[in-house]
Design a protein around this ligand. Structure first.
Ligand code: ZN
Length: 331
């Protein structure tokens, strides 16, 4: 029987939670969704079981069966060998994910074709097809959260690179021998412009004896880590240490965007992730100002849009579904 609609399933598999959407890939409409905890501590096979269960729930919510969908796309928080559906490693989810054949395992249990890619790549595809970057030919996506991930859309398609690792803008060196990055190297953009970068700068200032309301706010909320909520409150209250750390993060993000624009000259840079969502559109004002100052080609600088992502936490699942439809129709 001919499929009535172009439906695909997208899965955004994170270290703590997973998000499944049944997506009409011609309109972007999400027909059914399901969310669950990933429970990474149970190991890769058990997590796959939880993904299967969530997919069944999402199909039920959408009122369709698996015979109605083209296949499944999964975005994971780490490097993959997309051509083989292989997860190389997921540092935040434990050693059972090393060299894990995710596409094959999920496909066996679902009876559907499955593709996998990096979570940031699928997020970039989602924003390009149905979010803030729709209609562009060349676009850069950056997601600013605990880390700083990036994805490249070139000539309308996801650019994955020779070894599948293109787009890692967060690990561009902005300061030789600078602050320690989450990857173990020094001076990368992520070490300055991500939430962990902001946290590092705030902790350094407090350790150096500067006064801040952050320790008090964390105690009030019973938090050991600096959450976006605490950060936002300290910022709103004008805490000098926080304001300075965030200003630095915005400046570095602006420098990073300018460096990327100078290489690729895209039509848009789409910025998403927890930090930008929480701080809102206002966060990007300062970022744009710095970025535009550092464009080499200043002719009509502002025609290159530097804009907030539009799909929120659905960018990954929507993008994974779109990528699945694209790749599976080429097979
Ligand atoms: Zn790094």
């Amino acid at each position: 029987m001919e499929q009535r609609r172009n439906l695909a399933i997208g899965v955004d598999l994170g270290a703590t939670s997973l998000y499944v959407s049944v997506v009409d890939v011609s309109s972007g409409e999400r027909l059914g969704e399901a969310k669950a905890k990933s429970r990474a501590e149970l190991g890769a096979d058990a997590v796959v079981g939880r993904v299967v269960k969530a997919i069944k729930q999402a199909l039920l919510a959408a009122g369709v069966t698996k015979q109605d969908v083209l296949g499944v796309g999964v975005g994971v928080p780490g490097p993959v060998l997309a051509s083989q559906g292989l997860v190389l490693s997921l540092t935040n989810m434990g050693p059972t994910w090393n060299q894990y054949p995710l596409a094959a395992r999920l496909s066996e249990r679902l009876g559907l074709r499955v593709i996998v890619d990096n979570d940031v790549n699928v997020g970039a595809v989602g924003e390009h097809r149905f979010g803030a970057g729709r209609g562009t030919r060349d676009m850069i996506a950056m997601f600013v959260g605990t880390g700083l991930g990036g994805g490249l859309i070139l000539n309308g398609a996801l650019h994955t690179g020779f070894r599948g690792s293109a787009g890692e803008v967060g690990h561009m060196v902005l300061q030789a021998d600078g602050a320690l990055c989450g990857c173990g190297e020094r001076g990368h953009a992520e070490a300055y412009a991500s939430r962990s970068g902001i946290e590092r700068a705030i902790n350094e200032a407090i350790d150096a004896g500067e006064s801040s309301i952050i320790p008090q706010l964390m105690k009030e909320q019973g938090r050991k880590n600096l959450t976006s909520a605490v950060l936002d409150r300290a910022y709103q209250q004008g805490d000098a240490v926080t304001v300075h750390a965030i200003d630095e993060a915005q400046r570095y993000l602006g420098l990073l965007i300018a460096s990327c624009v100078n290489v690729l000259d895209p039509e848009a840079v789409v910025v998403g992730g927890g930090v930008v969502e929480r701080m809102g559109e206002g966060y990007l004002g300062r970022v744009r100002e710095v970025a535009y100052q550092h464009f080499l080609n200043k002719n009509e600088s502002e025609s290159i849009r530097i804009v907030a992502a539009e799909l929120g936490d659905a960018s990954g699942s929507v993008g994974a579904a779109v990528l699945a439809a694209q790749r599976l129709s080429q097979m």
